[in-house]
Structure formats: C-alpha cells, structure tokens
Design a protein around this ligand. Structure first.
Ligand code: AMP
Length: 122
C-alpha cells in the first residue's frame, strides 16, 4: 500500500468514530488495550499522524512527532509497571511482518515471561 487508508480502524479511533480502551493520550500518541490480547499486558500505541508503517513514520514525521511518540511509548511502559520484569515491543510491517492495520503502531507486551522472540525457527 502506498497511500494512507483513512478508513483503517485506528484512523477511525483517532476520529472517535469507534471506541477503544484508551490508557494514554497526548498530542503525539494514543495508547489503548489490544482487542485480542496475546499477553497479560498487550497495549498498542499509535501516532496521531497519518503514517502507514515505521518507514513512513520515520521518513515523514517531524522530529517532534518522532520524539513525542517514542517518549509516550516509554512512559506507557513505565506507567504499566513493566520496567522491572521487562517487556517486548513489536512493530509489524508489510506482508511478511503480518501487519493487519495500515496505521503505524507498536505492540507493548508484558506481564509474564514471553519466551523466545518467534514461535518457530526459520
Ligand atoms: P498488526 O498485525 O501489527 O497490524 O496488529 C493489529 C492489532 O490491532 C491486532 O493485535 C488486533 O488485535 C488489534 N486490533 C484490531 N482492531 C482493534 C480494535 N478495535 N481495538 C483494539 N485493538 C484492535
């Protein structure tokens, strides 16, 4: 996909057309619980701007947006109490990455030992 799709589910959340279980919001980012959690803690963080994936975000967002987004991610991890026992951050991109929603987002996973990074070896 080369053009941002305004109808994606996270864009609709940002426009408040559909609800989400928000846990954090500032000028740069929205954090909310994943609807299908894969761990005891599974939170998604999205930038407020229209960016399709990490490459789109890092190449087009201004420095304030990039810094604001990643600081929000770190603050959410701290607020959730994940720093002591650790956590994992994932950003899926494209078909091989299994990205389903074409608005850049990171998954924050924690609350238990998450095991190996991938379920199966290559
Ligand atoms: P990805 O495969 O990286 O694009 O992940 C998209 C994530 O969005 C999945 O983990 C979904 O469970 C999650 N998701 C999809 N729709 C919603 C929703 N309405 N509220 C919260 N999470 C959602």
């Amino acid at each position: 996909m080369t053009v941002y799709d305004d109808s994606n589910v996270f864009a609709r959340m940002l426009r408040e057309e559909i609800p989400c279980k928000a846990i954090y919001e500032d000028a740069y980012a929205l954090g909310f619980h994943d609807i299908h959690p894969k761990a005891p803690v599974h939170v998604l963080v999205i930038p407020k701007g229209k960016y399709m994936d990490i490459a789109d975000f890092c190449s087009k967002a201004n420095a304030g947006e990039v810094t604001g987004f990643w600081r929000a991610v770190a603050k959410i991890c701290a607020d959730l109490g994940l720093e002591g026992n650790g956590f994992r951050i994932i950003a899926n991109a494209g078909a091989n990455g299994g990205q389903e929603v074409p608005h850049f987002h990171v998954h924050i996973l924690g609350g238990k030992s998450l095991g190996p990074m991938l379920a199966q070896a290559a």
